[in-house]
Design a protein around this ligand. Structure first.
Ligand SMILES: O=C(O)C(=O)C[C@]1(C(=O)O)C=C[C@@H](O)C=C1
Length: 95
């Protein structure tokens, strides 16, 4: 049995299926870039944490985390806070 573009996209017309397929390719490309940026952020965050721990400090800096959370919330609203919390967990592990 063949799976048509319409089946895969949920569209009810071939025209809508084309729009969705094209837009999904853009989303996949954007997601690849976002994942790359997250990995870059994780590496930079690791440099900071390493320097602080080597100097005798703690891995976590809560006042800075508040700034990061505010930054995301101001840009993206309440879900931005949840996104920032996930980002921080990726960068410094669970606390
Ligand atoms: O800015 C710092 O001091 C960091 O260690 C980086 C970072 C972050 O990933 O944004 C990670 C852990 C800290 O608790 C606060 C922020």
């Amino acid at each position: 049995m063949t799976v048509t573009a319409a089946d895969k996209t949920g569209a009810r017309t071939p025209e809508a299926a084309d729009v969705i397929t094209g837009a999904r390719e853009r989303i996949d490309a954007l997601d690849d870039r976002i994942i790359g940026l997250i990995q870059e952020r994780m590496a930079v965050s690791a440099v900071i944490q390493e320097a602080r721990i080597t100097s005798g400090g703690r891995r976590v800096n809560l006042s800075r985390e508040m700034e990061v959370l505010d930054h995301y919330r101001e840009a993206l609203g309440k879900p931005g806070t949840a996104l920032a919390m996930t980002m921080l967990e990726l960068c410094r592990g669970r606390v």
